[in-house]
Write a protein that binds this ligand. Structure first.
Ligand code: PAF
Length: 279
């Protein structure tokens, strides 16, 4: 695996690969890689003949400078994990100046799907994601790009932007990878204290209990309220807990096919998100 730092070098590689008829897969990440990311890499098995993993902590998707500065970073460890996993041709790790050179002033703006859930209290977040993902998809010349269902809203927005901007790439959704206690893998989990990490398992278990209640026919508001109470008792500050239609991200009044529970909650100062389909 080669580490590539510049757009020019990446462009040379992908032009050569395309000329050879190779199919390029990309996994955009912000680094601090874990098994969830490795599942994204493996999901490209049989679908791409060349694989690129990008690592770039994107400043324009953070609306809190402290969150940006505290975001875990470690390119050496990332490279080691990718080498161990195998099958990755290029680790693309541009710096900020390479991604946003002097004078950069363009944004890909999302309208509608970005004002709910994670977008409601993080204005501009998804515009930052959409901008960098568009750039990464174009820079990598990817035929296919893998994104995790853990960031379900992000996945939906990226699918939409690829369709809306006619980007010649297919989006591969990859199911969430969880620790044995059910907590969805996330780079942020590393920032939890030992005690908070134990408590964090309440997030997926409360969601599962809520799903069971919904499937048993309990009304949506009651089921959500019980779940909120469970999470608050376990020390979570719940930002949102909503039942939504997964395609449109519009609120659902009834659980059924195509609806999904979405949650964001802070524990010990760390923001965790999760989602589960109702059926
Ligand atoms: O999900 C992430 O890690 C980031 O939002 C992404 C898609 C790499 C864009 O910076």
């Amino acid at each position: 695996m080669d580490i590539v730092r510049t757009r020019t070098e990446l462009h040379q590689r992908v032009t050569h690969w395309h000329a050879q008829g190779e199919k390029i897969g990309v996994v955009p990440t912000m680094g601090s890689l874990h098994n969830g990311h490795m599942a994204l890499v493996r999901a490209l098995d049989g679908k791409a003949t060349r694989r690129i993993v990008s690592v770039f902590v994107n400043p324009i998707q953070f609306n809190n400078p402290e969150d940006f500065s505290l975001y875990p970073r470690g390119l050496e460890a990332d490279a080691a994990l990718l080498e161990q996993t195998g099958g990755v041709d290029v680790l693309y790790a541009p710096d900020e100046n390479e991604m946003y050179p002097q004078g950069f002033c363009t944004r890909v703006l999302i309208s509608g799907m970005d004002t709910v859930l994670c977008g409601a209290d993080r204005p501009g977040h998804f515009d930052g994601v959409a901008t960098v993902v568009t750039k990464l998809l174009l820079q990598s010349g990817a035929d296919i790009a893998a994104f995790g269902e853990k960031d379900y809203q992000q996945l939906g927005i990226i699918r939409r932007l690829v369709a809306d901007l006619d980007l010649p790439v297919s989006i591969l959704p990859v199911p969430t990878v969880r620790d044995p206690d059910g907590l969805a893998l996330s780079s942020r989990n590393r920032r939890l204290s030992v005690t908070a990490r134990q408590q964090a398992a309440t997030l997926p278990s409360a969601l599962k209990a809520c799903l069971a209640a919904l499937r048993a026919g309990q009304p949506v508001p009651t089921s959500l309220e019980t779940c909120r109470t469970t999470l608050a008792s376990a020390g979570f500050d719940v930002h949102y807990l909503d039942l939504m239609h997964e395609d449109t991200l519009k609120p659902a009044t009834q659980a059924g096919p195509g609806t999904r529970l979405f949650v964001a909650a802070t524990l010990d100062g760390i923001r965790l998100i999760d989602n589960m389909p109702t059926l």
